[in-house]
Design a protein around this ligand. Structure first.
Ligand SMILES: Nc1ncnc2c1ncn2[C@@H]1O[C@H](COP(=O)(O)OP(=O)(O)OP(=O)(O)O)[C@@H](O)[C@H]1O
Length: 276
């Protein structure tokens, strides 16, 4: 493994943090604490795509162990899709990065399009397949918590898609139990705006190696992104406010919605992003 190139990352674990990174870590910490994501002795699997979000999530979760009074175990898994594999050099760089942030790293080469999907494929099925593979690893390694790199912008975009295209006030949850609580999915960057994630990647030169997704042009989240940017020109806190609106539901609506149980659509339209 080539262990050179990430000494500047290693040093983050010793000396003082630059102020922009402290701000990012604080924002992540606010979300982590608000939803009680992590506690003493927790064992957490980090889902690593090689993209910017999961690399930054891994850095922040590992860095926070420097000052938190609790201990938790982190390990990372990268599903390397046979159909769009990353190169050996890219794998080496990822492994070197994880070595620098002191998180064990495993790469699993596997298929993105399982045979039982019968040629059918979209973003929703991809996310489901990915979770199935990660849950299998977690079961084998006795790890109950899965951390994914979704950030504030992802949650806001998903909220708007579900409102505008499915008629549902519904989004990705910061903490989401699966199989009656056997596994818990957490999104530690749920309060971190994408702009801060980008800053971290650029300033630290993180080894982003995400293969080109064949569905990226049909990805609804990408198409909603400019709308969110436009809203942010009207109010710079638009993202935070859309996110907060989910915690601030008009109480009069709740009994009505519970009584009617009304839904406009119940099926996942083609190419939707993953639900909550
Ligand atoms: N190949 C993979 N192996 C393991 N985990 C993955 C993989 N692809 C995605 N994930 C996890 O699912 C999250 C959401 O994936 P998505 O494809 O929507 O990427 P994203 O939101 O652009 O994030 P990133 O920048 O980390 O790729 C990622 O942040 C990561 O935690």
């Amino acid at each position: 493994m080539n262990t050179t190139g990430f000494d500047h990352i290693r040093r983050l674990f010793e000396g003082p943090l630059p102020p922009w990174l402290t701000r990012l870590a604080r924002k992540a910490g606010r979300g982590i604490n608000r939803y009680g994501m992590l506690g003493e002795g927790d064992r957490v699997l980090l889902g690593i795509s090689g993209g910017k979000d999961s690399l930054v999530m891994a850095l922040i979760l590992s860095l926070r162990r420097r000052w938190l009074p609790i201990h938790y175990h982190l390990e990372a898994v990268h599903l390397n899709w046979q159909e769009y594999p990353i190169s050996d050099e890219e794998t080496d760089r990822l492994a070197a990065y994880f070595d620098a942030i002191d998180v064990p790293f495993t790469q699993i080469t596997t298929t993105m399009f399982p045979g039982h999907y019968d040629g059918q494929f979209n973003c929703y099925l991809c996310a489901r397949n990915r979770k199935r593979l990660l849950f299998t690893y977690m079961k084998e390694h006795d790890i109950p918590i899965l951390a994914l790199g979704h950030h504030l912008d992802d949650i806001v975009e998903t909220t708007l898609i579900n409102m505008a295209m499915r008629g549902r006030l519904f989004t990705m949850m910061p903490v989401q139990p699966f199989f009656g609580g056997l596994f818990t999915l957490i999104r530690p960057l749920c309060e971190v705006p994408e702009s801060q994630v980008r800053t971290a990647v650029e300033k630290l030169g993180l080894p982003v190696v995400k293969p080109d997704c064949p569905y990226k042009d049909t990805n609804l989240r990408l198409r909603v992104k400019p709308l969110v940017e436009q809203l942010a020109t009207l109010d710079p806190l638009a993202r935070e406010k859309i996110y907060r609106s989910l915690l601030n539901i008009q109480p009069d609506y709740l009994p009505i919605s519970l009584k009617t149980g009304h839904e406009y659509t119940t099926v996942e339209p083609e190419g939707t992003d993953e639900g909550p």
